[in-house]
Write a protein that binds this ligand. Structure first.
Ligand code: NAP
Ligand code: ZN
Length: 352
């Protein structure tokens, strides 16, 4: 075991502060990574403030962060995929049982024994796992991803959650050329959904509550932008979408979007607001529409997404910040003031 610098919250109401955490020494299948950048996901904020207490209560102190890009510093004797000096990435999971039907089907993200990168039971050291707001991390090679060499690293980190969480459901529901696709909420996930749906060749419509994001949405790859608070603009799109991805972090009216689906259209929610949403049965039954959810993606699909982004030169639009500004970044997330992902430059942790 060794000590690593990190940033943690001591309670749901504390600010983030410098600390040290234990990391295990690399065992034979482990990869030790010096973290260069870590994205800030809204899930970090939900967890730090224990907003998901009903579903996954937070154990304090918490070290969040699951959009990790870095450089390999050490590998165990059985590691074949990586060597010291390689770029490497880690997303929302660091382990799974590897034997259940979900794992065997490549869905480690649905394994009942999946271990999240932070706030999950740590079977090596006891206590809970600590995430990417840290100078280093040690992860089983099965959960370490290869980073395409052409991509900007600060902008690559968010692909590990925002990228795969939007890529996976769009693949699942056949987003492609000729499909009309809606993206609700232009935040970290939403802006990745726009870039990816555009790269898949779909006609992309962004729904935003922030009129000032209109021009950005078009630049990111949207064909049309709708300010969702404008009922007339919404009405124009009624019964026209094949697929809508909802990436909103707070309570909102889901039926307004279900009504925009054509017959057999699907709305998939990836946003995780703590409170249940009221779904109208009539909105679904009258046009045989479906409403579903999606949780990140499996490891093979995450690698496929990274390779796709490498090929199409896709990264997140990031505002790079030092770790000392993480509380401020959380406050800005709550005001939908992020363009479009914060990425922490982990070199800033060296001065702590
Ligand atoms: P984010 O960057 O904060 O973006 C959320 C966006 O939602 C905002 O930019 C805003 O977009 C919109 N929004 C915020 N409050 C709203 C409100 N009251 N009404 C309507 N729209 C509102 O968050 P994120 O990191 O993309 O995460 C989004 C959600 O996905 C979070 O709940 C997060 O926990 C969840 N998540 C789920 C998964 C998964 O696997 N399913 C993975 C990662 C994250 P506009 O300004 O355009 O309206
Ligand atoms: Zn996330």
């Amino acid at each position: 075991m060794y000590k690593a610098k990190a940033y943690s919250a001591a309670s749901a109401t504390s600010s983030m502060a410098s600390t040290t955490i234990p990391r295990r020494d690399a065992t034979e299948n482990d990869v030790q990574i010096e973290i260069l950048f870590c994205g800030i996901c809204h899930s970090d904020l939900h967890s730090v403030r224990n907003e998901w207490s009903e579903f996954m209560p937070t154990e304090y102190p918490i070290v969040p962060g699951h959009e990790i890009v870095g450089r390999v510093t050490k590998v165990g004797s059985a590691v074949t995929k990586f060597k010291p000096g390689d770029l490497a990435a880690v997303g929302c999971m660091v382990d799974s049982d590897g034997t259940c039907p979900e794992c065997r089907a490549g869905f480690e993200n649905f394994c009942p024994n999946m271990v999240l990168t932070f706030n999950s039971s740590d079977k090596h050291l006891g206590g809970v796992t600590y995430g990417g707001y840290s100078e280093s991390i040690v992860v089983d090679q099965r959960f370490v991803l290869r980073v395409p060499s052409n991509l900007n690293l600060a902008g690559t980190a968010p692909l590990l959650c925002a990228g795969i969480t939007t890529y996976s459901p769009m693949r699942r529901w056949g987003v492609a050329n000729g499909k009309k696709v809606g993206v609700v909420g232009l935040g970290g996930l939403g802006h990745m959904a726009v870039k990816l749906a555009h790269a898949f060749g779909a006609h992309v419509v962004v729904f935003t509550t922030s009129p000032n994001k209109k021009e950005d949405a078009l630049r990111l790859g949207a064909d049309e932008v709708v300010v969702s608070r404008n009922a007339d603009e919404m009405q124009k799109h009624v019964e026209s979408f094949d697929f809508i991805l909802d990436a909103v972090s707070a309570d909102h009216d889901i039926n307004a979007y279900i009504n925009l689906l054509r017959r057999d259209g699907n709305l998939t929610i990836v946003g995780a607001p703590p409170k249940p949403l009221g779904v109208s049965a009539f909105g679904l039954i009258m046009r045989r529409r479906s409403f579903s959810g999606s949780n990140i993606g499996g490891i093979a699909e995450t690698q496929e997404m990274l390779d796709f982004c490498g090929k199409h030169n896709i990264t997140a639009d990031v505002e790079v910040i030092p770790i000392q500004k993480v509380d401020e970044a959380y406050e800005r997330l709550l005001k939908s003031d992020v363009k479009y992902r914060f990425s922490i430059d982990m070199a800033s942790l060296k001065s702590e």
